[in-house]
Ligand binder design. Structure first.
Ligand code: ADP
Ligand code: MG
Length: 373
């Protein structure tokens, strides 16, 4: 990698591309954000106002071309933060504005109208968020396996890894390729194990995204939501599973403002501390501009299944999430045991539900997916 262009060389190259507003080079105009230099690839974000999205589309193309012209650069990705997809608007091809009653491909009846300007991404029938109050409870594991479970049930399923600061979809699904842009300026999502996936980890170096300010992270999320070709008019996505970051930060607010969430699933471990956070997550969905129904709580790491046995040993306790769900008046969706093969499958980029669907843990995910479908 020694002959890969230095940061200075890259920024100098970007200064050859003029900013149409100020007339200065892109670096001098202060428009290069989150520059990520990876093996063979360069990525950054052009932060522009939504009204200027069209003006800057050719700038993005020019910047990508300038980067690709540098020696050793195989991939150059410029994310235009303001690029608004047609999702929120009343586009004649968009899905009905109401929440779909069910996931089944036939479901069409809108239950109630959504307030403008929220909407789903284009050609997506249902958006399902997976949340947790606390990190490390297995939210991403649940999101990935649920998406795979939906696919096994015959639904067209997608996964949006909205954890800008800690993306896990590339690892868990074994994805390495940066998405390509189509003529409609939308990104083609990655495809693996029968699901479509998009993650900031595919666009820029995750270490760089870690230091983004809140608004940049939010815009990156919007870009991935509305700038991805999740489906087509004839083959819309039945369900988009969104792996939310832990907590209740900017990204959640952005998602709440831009997207109609058809429902939320909260993941918790059985410990009291995790349950307190799960309670907060449940409350958060009720406070959104359009409150999202909490479809239920999943207890993850609910007991340990020793190799060769079937009955979970409750190391961290068991049943706490079920009791909490009853207290909160939301459905309890099921338990996922501590299962080393689930972790190994995730680390290997081969989700258990897709690769070993007959295993007890995969069956637990399929049961939950059936309840949600
Ligand atoms: N039920 C489980 N059994 C065994 N390992 C699990 C289980 N759920 C999650 N893990 C592991 O725990 C770690 C954290 O899980 P992850 O899904 O990344 O959590 P989060 O997204 O909430 O931060 C990962 O290494 C994952 O493989
Ligand atoms: Mg995660």
């Amino acid at each position: 990698m020694s002959d890969f262009p230095s940061r200075d060389t890259i920024l100098t190259a970007l200064d050859q591309v003029p900013d149409p507003k100020s007339g200065q080079g892109l670096r001098k105009a202060g428009m290069v954000r989150g520059l990520a230099i990876g093996p063979g690839r360069i990525g950054f974000m052009l932060e522009v106002a939504p009204a200027d999205a069209d003006l800057y589309a050719p700038v993005r193309a020019a910047a990508e071309a300038a980067l690709r012209a540098l020696p050793g650069v195989e991939e150059a990705r410029v994310v235009l933060t303001a690029e608004a997809g047609p999702g929120p608007g009343p586009s004649p091809r968009s899905t009905p504005a109401g929440r779909s009653a069910a996931l089944s491909p036939q479901a069409t009846a809108p239950a109630r109208p959504a307030p403008v300007p929220q909407g789903r991404p284009e050609h997506v029938k249902r958006v399902l968020a997976v949340a947790s109050g606390k990190g490390g409870v297995g939210k991403s594991t649940v999101a990935v396996n649920l998406a795979c479970a939906f696919a096994r049930l015959g639904l067209r399923a997608g996964l949006l890894d909205a954890d800008i600061y800690g993306p896990s979809a590339p690892l868990m699904l074994g994805l390495h390729e940066a998405p390509v842009y189509g003529e409609d300026r939308k990104m083609q999502p990655a495809e693996a194990f029968g699901i479509k996936a998009m993650s900031i980890g595919l666009l820029v170096d995750a270490d760089k995204a870690m230091v983004w300010r809140g608004p940049m992270a939010s815009r990156a999320l919007t870009q991935m939501l509305t700038g991805t070709r999740w489906g087509t008019e004839t083959e819309p996505l039945d369900v988009l599973v969104v792996d939310l970051p832990p907590g209740t930060g900017d990204v959640h607010l952005e998602l709440a403002q831009k997207t109609l969430l058809d429902g939320a699933v909260v993941v918790s471990t059985p410990q009291e501390m995790a349950l307190v956070d799960a309670r907060r997550a449940v409350a958060m969905f009720g406070k959104l501009q359009t409150p999202a129904p909490v479809l239920g709580i999943i207890e993850n790491m609910s007991g340990f299944i020793a190799p060769g046995t079937d009955e979970p040993i409750p190391i961290f306790g068991r049943g706490g999430a079920k009791a909490e769900a009853e207290r909160l008046g939301v459905p309890f969706l099921g338990e996922i045991p501590i299962d080393l093969s689930l972790r190994e499958a995730g680390d290997a980029g081969r989700p258990l539900t897709a690769t070993r669907p007959d295993s007890g843990t995969a069956q637990a995910f399929l049961k939950i997916a059936r309840a949600l479908a």
